[in-house]
Design a protein around this ligand. Sequence first.
Ligand code: V47
Ligand code: SF4
Length: 395
Amino acid sequence: MPAPIQFDLDRLRDTRLRPIGEKLRAGERLTADDALTLYQSPDLLGVGAMADAANRAKHGDVVTFAANQHINPTNVCVLRKTCVFCGYARLPKEEGAYRYTLEQVLAESDRADGTITREFHIVGGLDMQAGLEYYQTMFRALKARHPQVHIKALTAVEIAHIARIEKMSREDVLIALREAGLDTMPGGGAETFSAAVRDVIADKKLGGTDYIDVHRTAHRLGIRSNCTMLYGHVESMEDRVQHLTMLRDLQDETGGFLAFIPLAYHPDDNELGKTLGREGTATTGFDDLRNLAVGRLFLDNFEHIKSHWIMVSSAVSQIALHFGVNDIEGTVVREKIYHAVGAHTPQGMTLPALLTLIRGAGKRPAERDSFYRILREFDDASADPTADPLALTTH
Ligand code: V47
Ligand code: SF4
């Protein structure tokens, strides 16, 4: 049972939202039909106000972020032709294909030296030449060189790929990688679980049930993970609700998810964007905020809802702090996946920029570790709510 949420029902302009507001006030769980109503209602401010109340009940005014660095060791991927939404992957001999040597990974990781980076977020393509040993060697070397840095690495899809090419069970792959230094797993690869949607956007990719199953196995082994949902392509509102239901069910079962991160589809420089005639038209701010707010309300068993500023812009991420979001993707340093598909945001954000962004929304910034434990709060009464976070970002 979720905790009851204090909320003024008069803030709801759409009368269809009132029974949902009443359920939240009574501490009742929302149904799939409720989630559909939340998605369909034009009363974004009403949905947002409920999500804000639910978020404040859990986190007050605190907004967390992690000092992290993304490392993408290979863009070679066997699904290059079939994940039609992806602009990052390459075939082995294709122009622009790369696979880092261990020395290159270490050189990239050395950007963390002298900074506050505490987490490496490592994901890449499904590369036939990047099997278990490639990642074991990498993780061991990273841990030896940066012992204080947490390794959040490899999506469920990558785990299943390594298991397939090594002819091992997914569980044994996870055990071997954990022994080499893997601490937690990111949430990528989920896309939208609906089989009909996957047929169109990611025909050969690990299916939704298998994605859930890899996370279930990881949670059973004590490896916590994030989860995502890619939205704004060909999925329906019903598909989104089905996706969230599968995530909520697994969380009921294991409690192993740390955060939910909705990912906005970017239509540039990928096959799907061309086919749909969508190039140059990213998701709307309205839909970005709605996905975050519905995530907060429906996923009542999740502590953390994260906005990924690189995908939805720092401006939308800042507003999202009043639509149910309590965490914002971190410093990142050098982002590649969305910058291959038309993201116009910078590739990383400095600490002062993140602080300005959070304070500008009237919130209290706090740096966290990879398990969302608060490491330090930044109290500063001189916060300037009119400051422009983009003016401070690195390029
Ligand atoms: O699974 C690929 C997405 C994901 C496109 O767990 C695209 O903390 C939009 O999951 N438009 C990988 N998205 C990134 C990811 C992630 C990011 C930040 C934090 C965490 C976390 C996870 O990127 C893929 C896919 O859904 N992606 N192409 C595109 N054209
Ligand atoms: Fe490969 Fe992932 Fe891109 Fe699909 S989304 S082509 S699995 S890198």
